[in-house]
Design a protein around this ligand. Structure first.
Ligand code: MC0
Length: 165
């Protein structure tokens, strides 16, 4: 079911400072900068594929995702207050997030945070699984957008089956 690590989500207090560090120390480039109101974050995706032009990581790239909370009363804001900066979650690519959620729910071992897919970075369709059932690791399922950078179409468009509320 899990195909690869799509991204590692890192909670930070200042998105600009974190971007500066990851670009200057590691030479990473910023693929996207987005505000996700539903998730309460400003976030940047930095491609881990060296030597590629910005925005062209393609469907098999993986990313560092830097997350700054929009307010204290958000998942990342509460995480920062409780634990400080650090790894917030791991996102795994799946072929179909709706199917993956159904299979995990049927297995009965892990609670779903999201019963239905939601909108994520780069136009992906995403859903979270509860960290209490996965050894303390907040886990995200990621179905990359068909309009992923490097493939036909454009990122950020509507995600089939994604919840709008
Ligand atoms: C909280 N806890 C975590 C955690 N956040 N454990 C591991 N990893 C995390 N990231 C633990 C706390 O330590 C605490 O454990 C317990 O969960 C309750 O903490 P809380 O602060 O009271 O938080 P809750 O219960 O209100 O919510 C926790 C929950 C929430 C994981 C359900 O953060 C959530 O719904 N997260 C999914 C959405 C999300 O994280 N969005 C931001 C990234 P103890 O043992 O002390 O009780 S959005 C994103 O990344 C998008 C843009 C994308 O990738 O495309």
């Amino acid at each position: 079911m899990l195909q690869r690590i799509d991204h590692v989500g890192i909670a930070c207090r200042s998105l600009e400072a974190a971007i500066e560090k990851y670009t200057s120390v590691f030479g990473l480039s910023v693929t996207s900068l987005e505000v996700n109101e539903e998730q309460g974050v400003r976030e940047a995706m930095l491609s881990l594929q060296p030597g590629q032009a910005e925005g062209s990581a393609g469907p098999f790239g993986s990313y560092v995702q830097l997350l700054e909370p929009l307010s204290e009363d958000t998942p990342v804001g509460k995480f920062l207050a409780r634990r400080g900066e650090g790894i917030h979650h791991i996102g795994y690519a799946v072929a179909n997030v709706t199917d993956a959620l159904a299979a995990i729910e049927a297995g009965g071992l892990v609670r779903l945070i999201d019963a239905r897919p939601r909108h994520g970075s780069l136009g992906a369709s995403i859903a979270f699984l509860h960290p209490a059932d996965l050894g303390g690791v907040l886990t995200e399922l990621v179905q990359p957008s068909a309009g992923f950078p490097g493939s036909p179409g454009s990122p950020g468009g509507p995600v089939p089956g994604a919840a709008s509320d």
